[in-house]
Design a protein around this ligand. Sequence first.
Ligand SMILES: Cc1cc2nc3c(=O)[nH]c(=O)nc-3n(C[C@H](O)[C@H](O)[C@H](O)COP(=O)(O)OP(=O)(O)OC[C@H]3O[C@@H](n4cnc5c(N)ncnc54)[C@H](O)[C@@H]3O)c2cc1C
Length: 369
Amino acid sequence: MAAQPERDYDLVIVGASFAGAACAIAAAQYGLRVCVLERKRDPGLKLHTTGIIVKEAAEKTWLNKVPQDLVRRVERVRLYAPNLRDVALQVPDYYFLTTDTPNLMRWLADEMRDQGVDLRLAQSFTGASREPLAHLGRWHVPGIGRTRWLVGADGAKSRVAQRFDLGRVEHFLYGVEYEFAGLELREPDALHCFVSKQFAPGYIGWATQNPTGVQFGLAFRHRASRTGTPDIDALRARVGHRIGIPDDLSPSAIRAGLIPCGGPVTPIARPGVILTGDAAGIVSPVTAGGIHSAWQHGWAVGEAVARHERDGGPSPELEAERAAPRYRIKRALRWAFDHCQTDWPFDLMLGSAPMRWAASHVYFGRRSP
Ligand SMILES: Cc1cc2nc3c(=O)[nH]c(=O)nc-3n(C[C@H](O)[C@H](O)[C@H](O)COP(=O)(O)OP(=O)(O)OC[C@H]3O[C@@H](n4cnc5c(N)ncnc54)[C@H](O)[C@@H]3O)c2cc1C
């Protein structure tokens, strides 16, 4: 394929996942010239997310336009103690959406294009330099062109953060997940969550029905000093028969990745460069949910850049700082879980009112009964 000529943009975004798409669409709505670089040739490949969308994101963001055949509504959480006693948790009118994530990511790419975004697939960002005097205040991105603003929406190991000496994510969970295409769980309308210090220290295991099959995974607290991967097969051997995953079924695909869990990075921006989404550490340290927060922050950054460019609005760098959730209480809970996790309270008290209350708060937040 012949290289495209270099062009002038207002905004170049690295990463075409949730944060990058939100930032791009928000800025494009204001008429900015936006380019998104994505290193994958197909945005639906090599996923590292389960892709579960919370109700707020499903209703109050652009994601409310997702075609219905790409999502499946799940209204209940079934929480299992380490001894496999279980309890069902539900809140009226609340739900999660599980997704056909590969096609969701392709749909997002189409949405960006429809909004006039210049999406460059198979295009890795490697660096950018300040333009000399004639184009003062602009970046030159080799092979792409000039831009006034550069946004790093390039995930937990952000190249943009590294290249511009911005804050780096240092605390992670590590998640791994099997996909079983075409399989149906025994109870498909629940998000199954397994608490176990043995199999998922620092987080949980899960199984969920999506529009095309089943996802089964676990995450654990990742420490540089600890080698090895979480033993997803051991968890599967323990719970698979209970939820309807046959022992002899091979996974059709595997997803895996790092999940930031230490709160937002510092600094999140320098003049003309801003981080968002996982690159900025914007993921709940307790639930590890990052899609909604990536979308909200990415959108806020896209809007801030657009308002600044159009009307001389406030500094987008400061707006990016302001829009970043601090997660103070959730960071404290993360610390407590990292240092004090034990299995026996779950075994003993799973169905009790205090445990139901606490679990409902984690899953349903303010909407808990
Ligand atoms: C196993 C797992 C399961 C998860 N499940 C959920 C869930 O169910 N619900 C939820 O809310 N959150 C979940 N999360 C967290 C959530 O997926 C992330 O918080 C969210 O995807 C963050 O979006 P993002 O756009 O910031 O970054 P990412 O989704 O990480 O996307 C970064 C993009 O940048 C691209 N990129 C990276 N480097 C470059 C480069 N140099 N040049 C060009 N492109 C580049 C990548 O290819 C990628 O497309 C999960 C995470 C993991 C690891």
